[in-house]
Design a binder for this molecule. Structure first.
Ligand code: SF4
Length: 359
């Protein structure tokens, strides 16, 4: 049985009934399948961003709280056409401890990896709520809580979604820190067979290995990770997107920056190198993300002067095709008890949501 055939038939039937509601716009509210409940829904003040907090109970009784983001503003990507961005979590919390991310340090902590059914339900529910009839293309990002390559359920869930043209899913992007080399290889081989675009986004953040290790945990050397990343691009035919959020350290990380001219030069070297697998020229994409501050996390966005100097150095090396991403939604505001919607902030944080989770 291929990795794409692993969803059992009972689960598939339940999901099929649920998915069919997307194409019947006048259908009454449809019950969520299989032990999944909605705990809370939050909106940004302009309502373009929505965060849904779910809980799910697995067959063994283990509960997970997980969050899904929905963004109707293209996430701030310049010149992007209308579409619905959905940010899916692959776990309740995260086992990694990236220093700039709020997820591992949030009160709820890590609970468990999500099931394929929980992954699919997040997606279908969000389309039903925000894009019923799926008239806009949906762009799915497995970029919420969790590392997608650590969760084997991601493969059958994506295969299921790829087989549902009525959901109008234009593409799926997976964010990875690159540590699970075997998992990345398995995803590449499984997704290469699909008709839907499946893109890998690699969280590089710093081309200097020592610097990167100070903010992203792990043991694998960067050259091995880059081989797995290039392998994904070559097997699927989809150029990998390298993500760099430009930030400066504060208190514990005072003196840290990944936005210096030297950082830009080292990044250019990685982006323009031949494939680490075949030695052939390879296309790599670059996404420069704005860093979204989180109370209690020792980083702040790099200054706009540093960012523009960084971009100018990349241009000197021929890198001008850059996606600039400012992060969707709003940031965590402790005073107003508004939960975060931006990158690295999706975990439930507001007192009223936490109270409902603990009920
Ligand atoms: S950045 Fe991603 S992998 Fe790192 S702690 Fe946050 S959710 Fe986990």
């Amino acid at each position: 049985m291929s990795a794409c055939e692993q969803l059992d038939t009972v689960v598939t039937r339940r999901l099929d009934e649920y998915a069919s509601a997307v194409t019947t716009p006048d259908a009454p509210e449809v019950a969520l399948p299989g032990g999944i409940e909605i705990i809370n829904t939050e909106f940004t003040p302009d309502t373009l961003g929505m965060k849904v907090v779910f809980t799910g109970t697995r067959n063994d009784g283990k509960v997970a709280t997980f969050e899904t983001g929905s963004f109707l503003d293209n996430g701030g990507v310049e010149n992007a056409s209308d579409r619905h961005d959905i940010c899916v979590s692959t776990a309740g919390g995260c086992t990694k401890a990236c220093r700039f991310c709020s997820v591992p340090y949030s009160e709820l902590g890590f609970e468990r990896l999500l099931t394929a059914e929980e992954l699919v339900v997040q997606t279908i529910y969000t389309i039903l709520e925000r894009n019923r009839g799926a008239s806009m293309p949906n762009a799915l990002g497995f970029m919420g809580n969790g590392e997608p390559s650590d969760n084997a359920a991601v493969i059958p869930a994506v295969c299921y979604l790829a087989d549902k043209p009525e959901l109008n899913i234009e593409r799926v992007t997976f964010s990875t820190i690159g540590e699970n080399i075997a998992g990345i290889g398995k995803m590449a081989r499984s997704f290469a067979q699909l008709d839907m675009r499946t893109i890998m986004q690699f969280s590089l953040h710093a081309a200097d290995e020592t610097k990167r290790r100070s903010i992203i945990p792990g043991r694998k050397p960067l050259d091995k990770i880059l081989k797995a990343i290039d392998g994904y691009g070559e097997v699927t035919g989809e150029p990998v997107k390298f993500n760099v959020a430009l930030m400066d350290g504060t208190y514990d990380f005072k003196g840290f920056t990944n936005a210096s001219p030297e950082d830009a030069r080292m990044l250019a070297q990685i982006l323009t190198a031949p494939s680490a697998v075949s030695g052939n020229p390879i296309r790599r994409l670059l996404k420069l993300s704005a860093y979204n501050s989180v109370p209690g996390i020792p980083f702040e966005p790099a200054s706009s002067v540093a960012v523009e100097a960084f971009v100018a150095i990349l241009a000197e090396h021929g890198i001008t095709d850059i996606q600039r991403f400012r992060g969707s939604g709003i940031e965590i505001n402790e005073q107003k008890t508004i939960g975060g919607f931006a990158c690295g902030q999706l975990r439930a944080t507001t007192p009223n949501t936490l109270a409902k989770v603990h009920q």
